[in-house]
Ligand binder design. Sequence first.
Ligand SMILES: NC(=O)c1ccc[n+]([C@@H]2O[C@H](COP(=O)([O-])OP(=O)(O)OC[C@H]3O[C@@H](n4cnc5c(N)ncnc54)[C@H](O)[C@@H]3O)[C@@H](O)[C@H]2O)c1
Ligand SMILES: O=c1ccn([C@@H]2O[C@H](COP(=O)(O)OP(=O)(O)O[C@H]3O[C@H](CO)[C@@H](O)[C@H](O)[C@H]3O)[C@@H](O)[C@H]2O)c(=O)[nH]1
Length: 324
Amino acid sequence: MNILVTGGAGYIGSHMARYILRRKLRPVILDNLVYGHKESLPPRIKFYRGDIADQKLVSKIIRQEKIEAVMHFSAYAYVGESVTNPRKYYENNFSKTQKLLDTLLDNNVAHFIFSSTCATYGAPDTKKISEKLPQNPINPYGFTKLAVEKMLADYSQAYGLRYAALRYFNAAGADDDGAIGEAHAPETHLIPLALQSILNPEKQLKIFGADYPTPDGTCVRDYVHVYDLAAAHLQALDYIARRKTSDCFNLGSENGYSVREIISACEKASGLKVNCQETGRRAGDPAYLVADSGKAHKILGWQTSYDLEKIIATAWQWEKHRRY
Ligand SMILES: NC(=O)c1ccc[n+]([C@@H]2O[C@H](COP(=O)([O-])OP(=O)(O)OC[C@H]3O[C@@H](n4cnc5c(N)ncnc54)[C@H](O)[C@@H]3O)[C@@H](O)[C@H]2O)c1
Ligand SMILES: O=c1ccn([C@@H]2O[C@H](COP(=O)(O)OP(=O)(O)O[C@H]3O[C@H](CO)[C@@H](O)[C@H](O)[C@H]3O)[C@@H](O)[C@H]2O)c(=O)[nH]1
């Protein structure tokens, strides 16, 4: 099967591309390299540098590469920036995704896997988040992802598009051999920043808020390894194709870890101290986000295989020797 991976030079997309290759399927990458790294792609992989909204280019790729399904990772994902510059997010995450979808329909590509997020739930007042909870995002980033989910539901109803909306919790970790890993620029995520503060004494990790209503006062998140996410994508694709259906799934480990627990895990993995300091809360951070992934377990047969220790071990391996 030929699978178009948009945003395939980015963090999660580049791991997806490797995972697809290992499963003897064929990924084709489309990325404009606004973020992302060409060095993250395996040699000899088919790569197109371009924009998802370039309908001529996307049509050409579909025809030339005989694309049968699309995994759509490309988006902007800085929550804070989405508040100060929402037009950038509505344009890239929503409007351009509509252009992409229209191109797919015009070229009879009917299978679509979408990178959604637990940020579509907002700040729910519950221990574990299942798909039954209402989606009430609290920032423009979350709204753009929810808007795409709504568009997918309408397109599926009207035009027969089959899709899976995969609502990731916190993607983390790196390739087991350390060849690729998380490399956002700027980096805003907790695990890479904690590990970088170990390697570079000039970098200090700020703990955003120690007064949350959580056991140790810091925010709790559900960290899920990128290859576990990748596995879910292929399982979801198989499911929507075989069953001729569409659905949404929460993807998390179902375990919550506080910022302080992540810092301790990074110190344990490295044997070194994280240089950190408590500061005020970061705007828009809910106290507690942990998945109920029972639906993905039951319907897709998805299980995670990386626990927190393994996730941090792969991230540490990557940070120590990173190539880009
Ligand atoms: N990282 C997380 O924890 C997380 C959690 C939930 C959801 N997500 C979603 O997963 C997806 C991937 O996230 P990531 O962390 O790998 O981000 P990333 O920034 O590393 O990757 C996104 C890639 O998309 C490319 N891109 C952006 N706009 C494009 C366009 N218009 N045309 C072509 N390419 C374009 C960028 O160059 C980049 O390589 C995003 O949709 C994000 O919203 C991420
Ligand atoms: O320097 C830092 C960075 C983060 N945090 C905290 O660490 C936790 C995790 O933060 P981060 O790694 O930035 O992830 P999230 O803000 O939870 O967001 C990620 O996970 C979401 C799903 O939960 C996705 O929608 C987003 O795209 C993705 O960036 C949060 O409580 C932050 O306040 C710090 O204390 N200091």
